[in-house]
Design a protein around this ligand. Structure first.
Ligand SMILES: *Cc1c(COP(=O)(O)O)cnc(C)c1O
Length: 393
């Protein structure tokens, strides 16, 4: 199948949920991707923040191959070693006590919502809980996650959604506290808003929300599906602020390519779930959790966090300079290897032009270019990216 034929056949048979770029990707190596025509791309999107360790890491690949030959799946009626080790690693990295593995980010959000509601139900005996979510947030595509997603066009066509959700303004503590009632079970937010345009929580805001949650026994759900797993320079972005959530959600880089997500909670909240309350057939199977175990191991071995701190700061510096040199840039935001440049016009053309020039970028909202490189990205490759970007604006 040549590239054109593949694209045409795909358009006939795949649902039209994406406006895809005219590229057929074939394989990856390190921070580079190659299409079926042999063209090379520097990847500053990492499959939307998934490939933290880059492509074709031999040790990761080998760990998966070993697990394939051993055991892929058992169901959750039995124990298995990889899930146990992955849960220990996740709990230790996040500071949470108990973990539930899912197949995706959106399912982790569903689980987090159910757990927060169950916690409230157990405490009050009432099934009338409310959740406060943020405007411009993104939490996934299933019905519960869509219900707490703050973008109207993602919600409205699918209404009625789950009830009891109210929206507040991100980084506006007063807006959040004014929405709290006796029935507030949970406040859900991304520590760094991703799809909404790369907006990190301010310190005052997240500290204020955490304090009011503690005071009123409201479950703080931090969605770290995009900003977690090292992307901010800390293992989880909330660790940069010194706050602790009641529930954290994860996915994307957790498996570095295999579909695995998780939600984890402190003991007090986790204890609300009893056998039968929640479940999954595939979730946390030995294959995907063996990948997660290896990911945690390689994060240490490759000193991933150190690299994000060092070269994330370098990327920050380069993009600051870029912003100063280009009047069309409205704002530069972000932290670590999760940064955004907001332009005064839609960035669709910049992203397309970058692709033509061998650079993979994605947008976040209409006007923001998002930089989510593999977490092993080096200084020279940051320079390479900036040179291409200059040609595209
Ligand atoms: C990507 C994302 C999700 C959804 O994850 P899926 O694996 O696509 O279901 C949820 N929340 C945030 C913050 C995300 O970035």
């Amino acid at each position: 199948m040549n590239s054109k034929e593949c694209r045409e056949r795909a358009e006939q048979v795949l649902m039209h949920t994406y406006g895809r770029y005219p590229v057929v990707l074939d394989y990856g190596d390190g921070v580079y991707l190659y299409d079926t025509e042999g063209k090379k791309y520097l990847d500053f999107s990492a499959g939307i923040g998934v490939f933290a360790l880059g492509y074709n890491n031999k040790e990761y690949n080998d760990a998966l191959k070993v697990q394939i030959d051993k055991l892929l799946h058992t169901s959750n009626y039995y124990y298995n070693e990889p899930a146990t080790l992955a849960a220990e690693a996740f709990a230790s990295a996040s500071g949470m006590d108990r973990v539930f593995f899912t197949n995706s980010g959106t399912e982790a959000v569903e689980g987090a919502i159910k757990l927060a509601r169950k916690y409230y139900y157990k405490k009050t005996g009432c099934a009338d809980s409310e959740i406060i979510a943020m405007e411009h947030s993104f939490h996934g595509r299933t019905m519960g996650a869509v219900s707490v997603t703050g973008t109207k066009k993602y919600r409205e066509p699918f209404e009625p959604l789950i009830g009891g959700v109210v929206f507040a303004t991100f980084n506006d503590l007063e807006s959040v506290t004014s929405k709290i009632t006796e029935k507030t079970a949970a406040i859900i937010m991304e520590t760094v808003q991703g799809e909404g345009g790369i907006y990190p929580a301010t310190k005052e805001f997240i500290e204020g929300v955490a304090a009011v949650c503690r005071e009123k026994d409201i479950v703080l759900i931090l969605d770290e599906i995009q900003c977690g797993m090292g992307r901010s320079g800390a293992m989880f972005a909330y660790q940069n602020y010194g706050v602790v959530p009641g529930i954290v959600t994860s996915a994307k880089a957790l498996g570095c390519g295999v579909p695995v997500g998780a939600f984890a909670a402190c003991e007090k909240v986790a204890a609300a779930f009893e056998p039968g309350d929640h479940g999954t057939t595939y979730g946390g199977n030995p294959f995907v959790t063996a990948a997660a175990v290896k990911v945690f191991e390689l994060f240490g071995k490759l000193e991933v966090l150190e690299n994000v701190k060092k070269n994330g700061a370098y990327l920050y510096e380069k993009l600051e300079t870029f912003a100063k040199e280009h009047d069309c840039v409205v704002e530069h935001r972000g932290m670590g290897f999760m940064q955004g440049l907001e332009f005064d016009h839609p960035v669709k053309d910049i992203v397309a032009k970058a692709l033509e020039n061998g650079l993979i970028l994605i947008s976040a909202g209409a006007n923001t270019v998002r930089f989510l490189p593999p977490l092993i990205m080096e200084k020279g490759q940051v320079d390479e990216m900036v040179e291409i970007l200059k040609k595209c604006v």
